[in-house]
Write a protein that binds this ligand. Structure first.
Ligand code: ADP
Length: 371
């Protein structure tokens, strides 16, 4: 029997809010989506009140799950600073940014004893590392995939999660067009390619759909791609983050139990300023920077192999020294890196004995050493 919105609202009417009225009258509910036994909505409150509402969120989720016919109920608590409002006072639970981008929901299958997803590690996964960049187009996804392959070549069990919800590139970079299936435990089975389990929002929805996702939905999708996937036993899960340092990125950095972040930058000054912002963002949420990679560091002529420092190479190394974070290495701007990644045959896999694979492996060694 299909569950509709009216039934969900009826269940929520029995939940009282800290405002002393029924949750349905507290003017905090988002649009409710109910289809195929799956219900999703968020409770939007002021950042200062977020703590008091967490318990209500949990009760709301339990009330919805108790409706016969419900298979998944996800209730996100979102507590954003109102535009133009002063930053909320920082407390041990609140970020000085003034945003408590919560989504403290426990998706179906997630460890239910964890009030904060951040603390909940993912069973079977040793370390989760993020690959991030301050802005788009610096080669973050290309680097994330080749790095995952390099870590594989170093004997580690590696998976790759494409969390770039706004522009998933893993389908293109790996040439995967299949959709993941569900196993008996109702977990998504990641697509195996190059010996890596892969998951991307691009496997699940059309690219245009991914573009219009809003804050709480983004977090829910990412949490599902983390906790509701049969990853198996992994030493490292590499997460390709969305570029930039906005609220969505901050939420992600805060909610995913990250061991560390690798920042990808190009040598140009502008990109470095963005990279600095990226480092500062992860710093704020106590995720250590494992190091900076300079991508498109220098131009290597495909014919003669001559190197030209067309972008004033070395900026990232210098910046890393200044910020006292490790410098992990330089990747040249090279035609074969571009053509191989755009053809779905990443260079570390297609030319394992080549000079580029060796560079990615050396960066991988650095990272392995730091974990
Ligand atoms: P981002 O994830 O930062 O948006 P991508 O990884 O999608 O960037 O890369 C953007 C474009 O740059 C792609 O066409 C990719 O093939 C190319 N690219 C990335 N790194 C290199 C490199 N080192 N040399 C040549 N082309 C590169």
């Amino acid at each position: 029997m299909a569950v509709d919105k009216t039934q969900v609202l009826a269940a929520l009417r029995a939940v009282t809010s800290p405002r002393g009225v029924a949750l349905t009258d507290a003017k905090v509910l988002s649009e409710i989506t109910a289809s195929d036994g799956k219900v999703f909505f968020s409770i939007n409150v002021d950042a200062n009140e977020a703590k008091a509402w967490e318990e209500v969120r949990a009760r709301a989720e339990a009330a919805v799950r108790a409706i016969p016919g419900i298979t998944t109920a996800m209730v996100a608590l979102t507590a954003e600073r109102k535009p133009g409002a002063a930053a909320a006072p920082a407390s041990s639970h609140q970020h000085s940014h003034g945003v408590k981008p919560v989504a403290q929901h426990t998706p179906h299958g997630a460890p239910s004893d964890s009030p904060m997803g951040k603390q909940a590690s993912i069973p079977g996964i040793g370390s989760i590392i993020a690959v991030a960049s301050g802005k788009g187009g610096v080669g973050k996804s290309t680097t994330a995939l080749n790095l995952a392959l390099a870590l594989r070549d170093l004997g580690l069990r590696v998976g790759l999660l494409d969390a770039d919800i706004y522009g998933p590139s893993v389908p293109r970079l790996t040439g995967v067009r299949e959709k993941p299936t569900l196993n008996d435990a109702k977990k998504m089975v990641p697509i195996m390619r190059f010996g890596l389990p892969l998951m991307s929002i691009g496997f699940l929805v059309e690219e245009e759909t991914a573009m219009v996702w809003r804050g709480p939905m983004v977090m829910s999708a990412i949490r599902q791609m983390l906790w509701d996937v049969a990853w198996g036993e992994l030493d490292i899960l590499v997460v390709d983050m969305p570029p930039g340092t906005g609220d969505a990125q901050l939420t992600l950095a805060q909610q995913v139990p990250l061991r560390g972040v690798v920042i990808v930058s190009t040598p140009q000054d502008l990109a470095l300023i963005d990279a600095r912002r990226g480092i500062a963002m992860f710093d704020k949420v106590n995720v250590p920077t494992l190091g900076i990679i300079e991508n498109m560091s220098y131009f290597q002529c495909p014919e003669c192999g001559t190197r030209s420092d067309i972008f004033g190479h070395g900026g990232a190394r210098h910046e890393a020294e200044r910020l006292k974070v490790p410098f992990l290495g330089e990747i040249p701007l090279h035609m074969s890196i571009r053509t191989s990644s755009d053809a779905g045959t990443p260079v570390v896999d297609s030319e394992p004995d080549g000079v580029h694979a060796a560079i990615y492996r050396s960066i991988g060694e650095h990272i392995k050493g730091r974990l």
